[in-house]
Design a protein around this ligand. Structure first.
Ligand code: MEV
Length: 430
């Protein structure tokens, strides 16, 4: 799907759902079966394989963010999310970027290995442990890679080890062996956990020390994804406002938390849509944001000459094979809509969407505020929650938007009142 998708994106939000699906089918590589899958809930028998004690499935809306051009390629972005206005904000911000001459979203990746940890909780003789691990290094590598022969065949596998020395609260020493493994297109959690557990008895034997936990680390600072947005000729006042919003987050962790929540508003829905472990990415991103000793924003924005430039750098460890990504039919379709095969390509898109979502939030916050965009869509939610029937939706929504204009706020009780008025209910007689 390297073609220009302007005609897929154009007016997409104005189409009916059926028209959107038909357009998606005609423009991309989806079949009629795929469209049926998108519309149907997850099969209960399949869901039974995912979790224990299954009692049902929990559905989320799946929408398509439009107008993304990432590294020169138009990318329709499926997003699974319940939060009103995220997809709309993402699409309009991506459109705003490309509306500027030279406006671009570029991404890159640095490092290939994920990290597994094997812990030595109370070390009796540090020098001896370090020496034994050094002596057995080659053997350790061989044993580790024998656990993942399929991965080794695909060009991945364990690459290196490193020992970290940590001080325990009681002043004694703890050692942690880091195992660096290239998982290729897998997220790699199961693979690296198996490797760590397999080398545990050997390490215990060689070092004559007690070995503790064996588990991956989500702070994957050995595999970083970068995204950059550059908007030359941006309106100076808007650019400065976004830079100031960034400085606020760089200065104040309370603001950084909300700033980063906005970034994750873009990231999590793509992870969910593609069957990826969004908790792992959340944990990794937030931990990475503390690497300088305090919690910082994961993105930074500056005016550089006449261009607004934003940068995102963090671990975004995802997979395009294995696990739910492989088993969930909707995840498979979403990967095809995105046009990605490799995990690195997906991670780069995910980072770009997070950065663009953040830009949308900062642009709104530093100009008209967030309420305007949120509230008009919120009116629809209030109308549904107030119990409006489909035939009453349009009128109630309009009534709520009128109220918002006059009174600057709308609430559930106001929605109920308006619905009563619409139905001709005498509220005073109640
Ligand atoms: C709301 O879901 C996200 C924002 O609060 C993000 C931000 O403040 O940057 C709007």
């Amino acid at each position: 799907m390297a073609e220009n998708l302007e005609s897929l994106f154009h007016g997409f939000s104005k189409l009916s759902r059926e028209e959107r699906l038909a357009r998606l089918k005609s423009m991309s590589h989806l079949s009629g079966d795929d469209l049926d899958t998108l519309k149907a809930p997850l099969d209960l028998d399949l869901a039974e394989h995912f979790v224990e004690n299954l009692i049902g499935v929990f559905s989320l809306p799946l929408g398509l963010a439009t107008y993304f051009r990432i590294d020169g390629r138009d990318v329709p972005v499926p997003m699974a999310i319940e939060e009103t206005s995220v997809i709309a904000a993402c699409s309009s911000t991506a459109k705003w970027i490309r509306s500027h001459e030279g406006g671009e979203i570029l991404t890159s990746a640095e490092g290939h290995t994920i990290i597994g940890q094997v812990q030595f909780p109370h070390v009796q003789a540090t020098d001896k442990v370090l020496e034994r691990i050094r002596v057995h290094q080659e053997e350790l590598l061989e044993i580790a890679n024998s656990v993942v022969p399929g991965l080794v065949k695909r060009g991945g596998g364990v690459r290196a080890f490193k020992v970290r020395r940590l001080e325990r609260p009681d002043g004694r020493e703890m050692l942690v062996l880091h195992v660096y493994m290239d998982p290729c297109d897998a997220m790699g959690a199961n693979l690296i956990n198996q490797v760590c557990e397999a080398i545990k008895p050997h390490l215990a034997l060689w070092t004559e020390e007690k070995v503790g936990l064996c588990i991956l680390s989500n702070l994957v600072d050995s595999k970083i994804t970068h995204a950059t947005v550059r908007i030359p000729g941006v309106d100076k006042e808007i650019g400065k406002g976004i830079e100031e919003a960034s400085i606020f987050a760089e200065t104040d962790p309370y603001r950084a938390a909300t700033h980063n929540k906005g970034v994750m508003n873009g990231i999590d829905p793509v992870l969910i849509a593609t069957g990826n472990d969004w908790r792992a990415v959340e944990a990794g991103v937030h931990a990475y944001c503390t690497r300088n000793g305090r919690y910082e924003p994961v993105t930074k924005w500056r005016m550089e000459e006449n261009a607004l430039v934003g940068r995102f750098s963090a671990p975004v460890v995802v997979g395009t094979v294995g696990g739910v990504t492989k088993l969930h039919p909707t995840a498979q379709i979403c990967l095809r809509i995105l046009g990605v095969k490799h995990a690195e390509d997906l991670a780069r898109i995910v980072a770009a969407v997070g950065l663009v979502q953040n830009l949308g939030a900062l642009r709104a916050l530093s100009t008209v505020g967030i309420v305007k965009g949120h509230m008009s869509l919120h009116a629809t939610n209030l109308a549904i929650a107030a119990g409006a029937r489909p035939s009453e939706m349009v009128a109630l929504r309009e009534g709520l938007l009128g109220t918002l204009k006059r009174e600057k706020t709308i609430t559930m009780s106001r929605a109920r009142e308006l619905l009563d008025i619409l139905r001709g209910v005498n509220t005073e007689a109640r």
